[in-house]
Design a protein around this ligand. Structure first.
Ligand code: ZN
Ligand code: FE
Length: 257
């Protein structure tokens, strides 16, 4: 059984540390900073960092990779088409890799960046999705099209409902404020907004989420819901006939929100 803990970094990033107590090996996802990982290793003598999983090339996800590689010799996985420091194995999607003795499926999720990938561990129901799917939101479109991001999110939404969603930023509260503006009549958004507000007041992390929770309260996965469509139409003064256009409308709205 793998244990997954958040190592906070920068303002609102989480580096996810996966630990296998039997082998005393660990892996880290998106180490934008080496320091929190090195501090953890120092506090846990006998543990070895064996793998570094990178979802995309942005600095807050790769800034610590070179130092960690140099100090630990960990194997570095990352998108084949992006510039990833010290990458050992380039991934494009649809591969399966072995990490801490478990199979992780690689899923191509272009949109935030073009080479963005997610890592999914089926038996334990773990999804590491970087800046693609956020709790109650999604990443900005820096490189991809709304169509690409919409398809990527649909692909993640099709994973089992109990899948735990480990995204990389603590954006949940501001995302829920937007979700509430889009769907003021959704009781699940309302309830989650209150819960996460209370959590954040005491500094509690709002992650991981689950696919079920996201399908119930994330407007970017709800682009076919009548209230979401109506909100996008009212906001833009246009009629929308398909979910991709609703998605593009919501993403542009959130950028200005
Ligand atoms: Zn990013
Ligand atoms: Fe990021």
């Amino acid at each position: 059984m793998i244990q997954t803990d958040a190592l906070p970094a920068f303002n609102d990033n989480y580096l996810w540390l996966l630990q296998d107590a039997d082998s005393r090996r660990c892996a880290v996802v998106d180490p934008g900073d080496a320091a929190p990982v090195l501090a953890w290793l120092q506090a846990h003598p006998g543990w070895q960092l064996s793998d570094i999983l990178v979802t995309h090339h942005h600095f807050d996800h790769v800034g610590g990779v070179a130092e960690l590689k140099q100090l630990t010799g960990a194997r570095v996985y990352g998108p084949a088409t992006e510039k990833i420091p010290e990458r050992d194995i380039g991934l494009a999607g649809d591969e399966t890799i072995k990490v801490l003795g478990l199979d992780f499926q690689v899923i191509a999720v272009p949109g935030h960046t073009l080479g963005h990938i997610a890592y999914y561990q089926a038996e334990q129901g773990l999804l590491f999705c970087g800046d693609t799917l956020f709790a109650a939101g999604c990443g900005r479109l820096f490189e991809g099209t709304p169509q690409q991001m919409h398809a990527s999110l649909q692909r993640l939404a099709a994973l089992p409902e109990a899948t735990q969603v480990y995204c990389t930023h603590e954006y949940t509260l501001s995302n829920l404020r937007f979700a509430h503006a889009v769907e003021p009549g959704n009781p699940q958004v309302e309830a989650r907004l209150q819960q996460v507000s209370a959590w954040r007041e005491t500094g509690r992390i709002s992650l991981p989420s689950t696919i079920a929770l996201e399908k119930a309260s994330n407007p970017f996965l709800r682009t076919a819901e009548p209230e979401v469509v109506a909100s996008a139409e009212r906001n833009d003064g246009t009629r929308y006939d398909d979910a991709q256009d609703v998605f593009a409308s919501l993403r542009a709205w959130k950028d200005r929100f």
